[in-house]
Design a binder for this molecule. Structure first.
Ligand code: URA
Length: 304
């Protein structure tokens, strides 16, 4: 990185606002304003890249919003930087709080250093709770996973695949369009581990059938790993239930539920405990953390 290319996330001079959301290694929790939601890809654009037609891009944006989203400082802190004459747009000192900037075209400097717009890709693990739709914005104003991850700090975050509204567990987010795409590509067969509580006692025959593959309306499922972990009784109604672990290397819509239903065992509860090398561990329900460098490396290995 040249001196003139300043990545604010690494800068010790002007610190990002750490009061609200997590930084590397820390966990975040809670919800975030609907206004901060953005669709995929925004953070990853270099100056000459164009947004895809499907993206919602709120450019140009107010300079203080740009600085906050780039991780330079809080909005208030950014305003202070501006009024102190420390910020330039395209070489011109800008103290006017209403100034707007287009992150794809304009060059913004703080203290003479260029602010990079989302240059470092970000990778986040969320323990998705029930009741949130996997989308970054919802026309029906339902609760979305965007409320659970720091989109203000890392604009352009998008979820890697989907979990149903009532499914809990591992949901990855990134601003790295390329890796996100590879992880979802059917070519790479990245294994996903699910724990499902199903109605009834699953037989060995049914288990083997699931492992071999079953014919769903969108075709045969690939061979999978299915283990019967435990059989017991539902505390609520005293009916028989089975805890099964399913490892899939494909990711069709509602696949686990449809497979289990196919063999006569509707799912009561579904949880994803791992996505490729990334395991949930003890991350609390509804919390997120940044992936470690080792984890990101392992994800890259998984799609080689
Ligand atoms: N399979 C399902 O049926 N639902 C999910 O949320 C994920 C996988």
């Amino acid at each position: 990185m040249s001196d003139s290319q300043w990545n604010p996330r690494r800068n010790d001079d002007v610190q990002p606002d750490r009061s609200k959301k997590s930084q590397n290694g820390q966990q975040g929790h809670g919800s975030q304003s609907q206004n901060s939601r953005q669709s995929a890809g925004g953070a990853n654009k270099s100056q000459d890249q164009q947004p895809s037609p499907s993206e919602h891009i709120d450019y140009p944006m107010r300079l203080q919003k740009f600085l906050a989203r780039a991780g330079v400082a809080s909005r208030r802190g950014s305003e202070n930087l501006m009024t102190a004459g420390r910020v330039k747009i395209n070489g011109v000192v800008t103290t006017e709080l209403g100034s707007k900037v287009d992150p794809l075209k304009d060059v913004v400097e703080v203290d003479g250093k260029v602010v990079k717009w989302g240059a470092e890709p970000v990778y986040i693990l969320l323990n998705k709770p029930e009741g949130f739709v996997t989308t970054m914005s919802d026309p029906h104003a339902r609760k979305t996973v965007a409320e659970l991850v720091p989109t203000d700090k890392y604009p352009g975050l998008f979820p890697v695949g989907r979990l149903d509204m009532d499914t809990t567990g591992v949901l990855l987010f990134t601003t790295d369009g390329e890796l996100g795409h590879l992880l979802l590509s059917p070519k790479h067969h990245v294994p996903k581990v699910y724990e499902a509580i199903v109605m009834g006692y699953m037989s060995e025959e049914e288990r083997k059938k699931l492992e071999r593959g079953v014919r769903l309306e969108d075709g045969m499922t690939l061979p999978a790993r299915v283990d019967i972990v435990k059989k017991g009784l539902n505390k609520k109604n005293n009916k028989s239930i089975t805890l099964v672990r399913v490892v899939l290397t494909e990711g069709r819509k509602r696949q686990v539920k449809r497979m289990l239903e196919f063999v006569g065992h509707p799912v009561i509860k579904l949880h994803r405990s791992a996505f490729g090398p990334i395991k949930l561990g003890n991350l609390p329900n509804g919390s997120y953390r940044l992936l470690t460098e080792d984890e990101v490396r392992a994800l890259r290995e998984a799609v080689k």
